[in-house]
Design a protein around this ligand. Structure first.
Ligand code: GLC
Ligand code: CA
Length: 551
């Protein structure tokens, strides 16, 4: 049986940065409504919105204080209802971000848990330890320890895997599980089409009485993923949750964020037998060249060169291992990493080729807003702009000037990837008539308005690419990697006697690739190329898609 999401082409919108409609400098739901014609023309058929619920915005909405209302900086419930209806009228599905691992410390549950030691909500969170001593040495993803002293002064501490203002929920407690199910069903009843389930792999924790073995000093906190990522209880607790949602709303797309999941875990989470997620987003797609690492440098200052041979191997493994299991998610960027143009592509020809390489594989494309324009990371000039406590320390200990360190960090960090959308050539690129909530130095990239009148633009290319992606051959055709050298990535998709070949040159040298003899027609290209009977020559970073009936 086929579902709408088997054919999804998803556009990720960071709501605060997409389109401001009221001049307060923050993107909002009405802004998104104004841009539905743009989305439609781009050829996508679903959007994923980062969190829009009531939030103190410590982590830009991932710290939710009320799951049942829209943050007033972003809009109102009536506007959300209108957005849903208008998207649906345009044939676009809506996927909401759903934060299940933690709430804001301003959520009434947490406030009550702290205000009242006998509150039933105390057991909604993870309180442990005594005498204000942290129960173990586990480290938070946002730096420092996962423990924060109970503000009520009980001497206990509460657990936070992310910011200290984002206490983790205690999923061991069945009331928590049912409460989150209620939230999901509330939104599904409103007509949304899917949930992007945030950080779900972290809901189960190991016995808290253990320290993670480390050579670091006794007072150091260290990342301890084996104690809080992908533990068996994640599946035990989420399976009924997902089953109940599917029982009531069978067409819901459950897209799990499984950052550190390898391909075998992806199988566990998405096989039909598991009855959990439909697809997962892994962060293990982009292997970096280890030899480029300098052990003396902090992570944010390391060079981040893609290891292309490893990348090719890795993509092939994901394509093969998930075949017959679930649809891989195909993406180059999101709000948690530097933009693809800044991180990997570096020029338009390469960005177009990488897009065809990724999105014509088997799976569901997820495009990060502005990627279709070739947008780059902003460049920040002060450590506070990153809103990340680890940046200031990195800058301080860098063996280079602050200016240089900030330049490097700006090309690696997630925050500068969240800049305002470049709509047109008016003030603030048409994003706002006020002061944008986030700004920095911008690379010169043509706006959507300019690109829409240029046949060679990135925007036009993405439109053509999505039109191709809708061909059945690129949706459900068989995938086969062709044996070419490390500098080229070539695969075929075949279906009903037809074969498409996707050829990409990963190097900056001209490359020749042998192809099965046959009659081909060119569907899409980037950079220079020449096609002869059994061979294709691709210019630097070039890419080509051919369709034919081979012998
Ligand atoms: C996910 C989000 C990230 C957020 C974190 C905590 O990883 O993608 O942006 O900070 O969860 O909710
Ligand atoms: Ca606004």
């Amino acid at each position: 049986m086929s579902s709408w999401y088997d054919h999804a082409i998803i556009y990720q919108i960071y709501p605060k940065s997409f389109q401001d409609s009221n001049g307060d400098g923050i993107g909002d739901l009405n802004g998104i409504r104004q841009r539905i014609p743009y989305l439609k023309q781009l050829g996508i058929n679903a959007i994923w919105l980062n969190p829009v619920f009531v939030s103190p915005q410590v982590d830009n909405g991932y710290d939710v204080a009320n799951y049942y209302a829209i943050d007033d900086k972003i809009g109102t419930m009536a506007e959300m209802d209108d957005l849903i209806a208008e998207l649906h009228a345009a044939g676009i599905h809506l996927i909401l971000d759903f934060v299940i691992n933690h709430t804001s410390d301003q959520h009434p549950w947490f406030k009550d848990a702290v205000a009242n030691p006998h509150s039933i909500y105390r057991d909604y969170y993870i309180f442990a330890g005594h005498h204000n001593q942290r129960p173990n040495n586990w480290g938070s993803f946002f730096g420092g320890t996962v423990w924060e002293p109970d503000p009520a002064g009980t001497g206990q501490s509460y657990f936070h895997l992310f910011d200290k203002h984002m206490p983790d929920l205690n999923w061991k407690n069945p009331e928590v599980r049912l409460s989150m199910e209620d939230v999901a069903k509330y939104w599904l009843a409103k007509g949304i089409d899917g949930l992007r389930i945030d950080a779900f792999i972290h809901i189960a924790k190991a016995n808290l009485a253990q320290n993670f073995p480390t050579n670091a000093g006794a007072n150091e906190a260290v990342l301890a993923e084996p104690f809080y990522a992908n533990l068996p209880n994640v599946q035990k607790w989420l399976r009924p949750f997902c089953q109940h949602i599917k029982a009531d709303y069978p067409e819901t797309f459950l897209l799990g964020e499984a950052a550190s999941a390898n391909v075998n875990l992806a199988v566990d989470y998405t096989s039909q037998h598991a009855q959990m997620m439909d697809s997962v987003i892994t962060f293990r797609y982009f292997p970096l060249r280890q030899s480029a690492n300098d052990v003396n440098k902090p992570a944010l200052l390391q060079s981040e060169d893609m290891d292309w041979p490893e990348f090719k191997k890795n993509q092939t493994i994901w394509q093969q291992t998930l075949s017959g299991v679930s649809q891989p998610v195909l993406y180059w960027g999101n709000h948690d990493m530097a933009r693809v143009m800044t991180r990997v592509a570096h020029n338009a020809i390469s960005a177009k080729s990488l897009a065809m390489l990724m999105y014509l594989q088997r799976g569901i494309p997820v495009i990060y807003y502005g990627e279709e324009l070739g947008m780059e990371n902003l460049q920040f000039t002060s450590p506070d702009q990153f809103q990340d406590q680890t940046v200031a320390a990195t800058v301080q200990h860098a063996d280079m000037s602050e200016t240089d360190a900030l330049k490097v960090i700006s090309t690696h960090h997630k925050m500068p990837a969240r800049g305002p959308m470049l709509w047109n050539d008016e003030a603030n690129h048409g994003f706002t008539t006020g002061q944008p909530w986030l700004s920095g130095q911008e690379a010169p990239v043509a706006s959507a308005a300019t690109q829409s009148t240029d046949e060679d633009s990135m925007l036009k290319f993405y439109q053509q690419l999505f039109a191709l992606k809708k061909f059945p051959i690129f949706q459900s055709g068989d995938y086969c990697l062709l044996p070419t050298d490390d500098d080229t990535f070539v695969y075929t998709r075949s279906d009903a006697g037809q074969t498409a070949i996707v050829l990409v040159n990963l190097s900056s040298q001209t490359k020749r690739v042998a192809i099965p003899s046959g009659k081909y027609r060119e569907l899409l290209s980037s950079g220079q190329h020449e096609v002869s009977a059994e061979r294709v020559e691709l210019g630097a970073n070039g890419g080509l898609v051919l369709l034919g009936n081979h012998d």
